[in-house]
Design a binder for this molecule. Structure first.
Ligand code: GLA
Length: 714
């Protein structure tokens, strides 16, 4: 044992324990789970197993970053090379620094001049452990190529299932639960953004884990570029999970003395099923991601809340101009909307998606007086003004590209692949980010903008820079640096992260963003599932949810205004439809929903989220105040029910001993039977135990409709 290093470390916070074993050459996690009292060395040693038949005399530990040559036969978490030689690393632990909730292990491989630092940090309250590994090239003369630099966590035996959040454009974050394979599960995202298909997270569950009970572990990688998550079962039966950035050959080379730190991997443990995980993530994000909340307070200091917004995309697409925008602002103000976001189409020559990205000057044909008067008009009407921008992209048909064809990501002699008629700027070129910062800075200085919708509308299919090197790593860091610079210089600006809908939803970009656009679909039925996926990992105040047009532009489905508005009510609410074409009835329903959202957003954006047991036909969830005095519950009927009545709803999160008043606050217009139902429901008080165990009968509902209940403690 190196001097000053303990054999074991036991780190705790209010909820969890972490045990790290340092008896070997490298630190290894032996336990991460519910808080343990009274831990002694003998107990930890008992975790060691006997020599298994046809195996090594002592089982190689699953260290934080196992490598080749340690006796371990799984996928190496660290793989490096100097020149073309790829050899085993003999890392030896040298020091460990311990502070209240943090461990920092430094190890060195003298032969290969490589140093690693593993940092493990427990959250203050939530059951969350954040891990990073830093790799340093100690050689004074030669560079070090890095092929892999992942974090490794042992998976407890009883977690035999996984749940991923997967999908596609227009239908992101769908739950997919499955049995872990006997070999390896490998999820590799190579899209150059966090992706629609493979969200940078994975959930591990026991076969009996449900919504409220059972063990569950989540991992989230705080990174918006390529990533990998692997779960491997070794021949000896042990399972491990590895996660981190997915590096391509030659993508990361450390100069002499240089180092690389992996993205943060956040591990969350719950003994209270998947709801326990979501609640802890929400708490952690609210506490730690200050830009996500602090700025929200700056841009609406009067209420410290998130303004209801109107977005022009599905209202006008590229045909925005001063006249229609003024009309929309007038109508938005009448509906009680508080922020107006001018989406794509406002800049020079942008009449369709084939042109002009990069030329970030206002189109004077559409806005002869510029955007200043538009923003000023918004402010006069009591609305904030927000603007769409897609800084990382350029259209081949643009002045920017004509002037700087060498600014795009591409190796000189490859032919360029256009996606949505656009190319990706190489952000590692300093002139490019200087140009982008200047453009953004001019816009934010000249126009009273308080919000940017920061979009990114294609995968990065060609990842090479002009030197022929793979460049997603650099690109992602340069994006973060640009966003950080914008935030530093314009701290009053809120940023929405969008990438063709939900292509960039992750804890990495959340350091700079305040809101996500989870999906381009505004189909209320599909949106219920997208939103359920989102809320599994992130809190509702970060979830843009808009009332879209009917029929829905993506799916062609038609939904009533009452249903569309009820679904949008549950996040950071907005409207994205041509409100000029609404009927009087639709207008009044929408205005009522916006009012209702405003009346309840203090709870929606701070409360505890609970998903209720779904059925094929029904979805339900609640948001409950921390002091259990108030809650909101949604019940959505997704299909034509087989039985006449929907299932009863059993509420959750209430105080068993308190009495509650239950009000059906949505929809406004009820059928006669529903109106009778409401009166009966509201004529009595119910005990928390009754509401949670017996529940309440629901009225007959139409398919594709939603009821919202408000419970208040007497
Ligand atoms: C992406 C976004 C949309 C909209 C368009 C504009 O698709 O996801 O919300 O902003 O770009 O081109």
């Amino acid at each position: 044992m190196p001097k000053g290093v303990e054999r074991f470390y036991h780190l705790t916070n209010k909820t969890v324990s972490l045990l790290v074993d340092c008896r070997g050459l490298q630190p290894a996690i032996r336990y991460f789970g519910p808080l343990l009292s009274d831990v002694n060395e003998r107990m930890i040693e008992q975790i060691d197993r006997h020599e298994a038949p046809a195996s090594l005399p002592s089982e190689p530990a699953i260290t934080l970053s196992p490598t080749h040559g340690m006796g371990y036969l799984g996928h190496p978490a660290l793989a490096v090379k100097r020149d073309l030689d790829q050899w085993q690393l003999d890392l030896e632990l040298v020091t460990c620094e311990v502070s209240k909730r943090e461990l920092r292990f430094v190890s060195v491989c003298q032969k290969r001049s490589v140093e690693t630092t593993h940092r493990l940090q427990l959250a203050e309250e939530a059951g969350v452990l954040t891990l990073t590994v830093t790799l340093k090239n100690l050689d004074p003369a030669t560079p070090l190529g890095v092929d892999n630099c992942l974090i490794t966590i042992p998976v407890p035996d009883h977690l035999t299932e996984a749940q991923e959040f997967t999908g596609r454009w227009g239908y992101e974050l769908q739950h997919n639960r499955f049995q872990l394979p006997n070999s390896s599960l490998v999820r590799e995202n190579r899209t150059g953004r966090s992706s629609h298909h493979l969200h940078p997270s994975l959930r591990l569950l026991s076969n009996s884990t449900g919504l409220d009970t059972g063990d569950a572990v989540d991992i989230q990688i705080a990174w918006s570029g390529n990533h990998t998550i692997r779960v491997e079962r070794l021949a000896d039966g042990r399972r491990l999970m590895q996660a981190g950035e997915l590096l391509d050959a030659g993508e990361l080379v450390l100069a002499p003395g240089a180092s690389y730190t992996s993205p943060e991997c956040l591990l969350c443990f719950s003994k209270e099923g998947t709801n326990g995980l979501s609640q802890q993530w929400h708490r952690l994000v609210r506490r730690n991601y200050t830009s996500a909340t602090a700025s929200a307070q700056q841009f609406s200091p009067q209420q410290a809340i998130r303004p209801v917004q109107l977005n022009t995309w599905e209202a006008c697409y590229f045909s925005v101009n001063e006249a229609n925008v003024i009309e929309l602002i007038d109508q938005a103000a009448n509906l009680g909307i508080e922020r107006f976001v001018l989406d794509d189409g406002w800049f020079h020559g942008r009449n369709n998606d084939q042109t002009s990205l990069g030329d970030w000057k206002v189109d004077r044909l559409k806005f002869p007086r510029g955007l200043g008067p538009i923003a000023a008009y918004c402010n006069e009407k009591g609305l904030e003004f927000g603007l769409w921008i897609e800084p990382e992209m350029v259209s081949p048909d643009s002045n920017l590209y004509r002037a700087h064809p060498d600014w795009v990501l591409s190796f000189s002699d490859s032919s360029l692949i256009e996606a949505r008629h656009q190319l990706v700027l190489d952000l590692s070129i300093e002139d490019v980010t200087e140009y982008l910062f200047a453009v953004i800075s001019d816009l934010l200085t000249d126009i009273p903008i308080s919000y940017l919708k920061w979009d990114m509308n294609r995968d990065i299919h060609q990842m090479e820079n002009a030197a022929g090197q793979r460049a997603v790593h650099q690109q992602t860091l340069a994006l973060y640096a640009l966003m950080a610079r914008v935030r530093e210089n314009f701290p009053h600006i809120a940023i929405e992260s969008c990438a063709s809908g939900g292509g960039r939803i992750d804890l990495g970009v959340l350091q700079f963003a305040n809101r996500f656009w989870p999906s381009d679909t505004n189909d209320a039925l599909d949106r219920i599932k997208v939103q359920a996926g989102f809320l599994s990992l992130l809190p509702p105040e970060l979830m843009g949810s808009h009332v879209g047009p009917s029929p829905c532009h993506l799916t062609g489905r038609q939904h009533s205004m009452a249903f569309r508005a009820a679904v949008a009510f549950w996040g950071h609410m907005g409207v994205e439809a041509d409100i000029r074409g609404l009927t009087e009835n639709e207008r009044s329903i929408l205005a009522a929903a916006i009012n209702l959202h405003k009346a309840h957003r203090h709870l929606l954006h701070q409360g505890r989220y609970i998903e209720h047991e779904p059925s094929e036909q029904q979805a339900a969830w609640s948001i409950v105040s921390d002091d259990q005095t108030e809650s909101l519950t949604a019940v959505a009927l997704l299909q034509t029910p087989r039985a006449a009545f929907p299932n009863r709803i059993r509420f959750g999160g209430l105080n068993t001993f308190s009495k509650y008043r239950v009000q059906l606050i949505w929809p406004q217009e009820l059928t006669d039977k529903q109106a009778d139902y409401r009166d009966t429901l509201e004529s009595t008080m119910y005990g928390g135990d009754w509401l949670q165990n017996v529940g309440i009968t629901l009225p007959i509902m139409h398919p594709e409709s939603m009821l919202i209940f408000h419970l208040t403690k007497s």
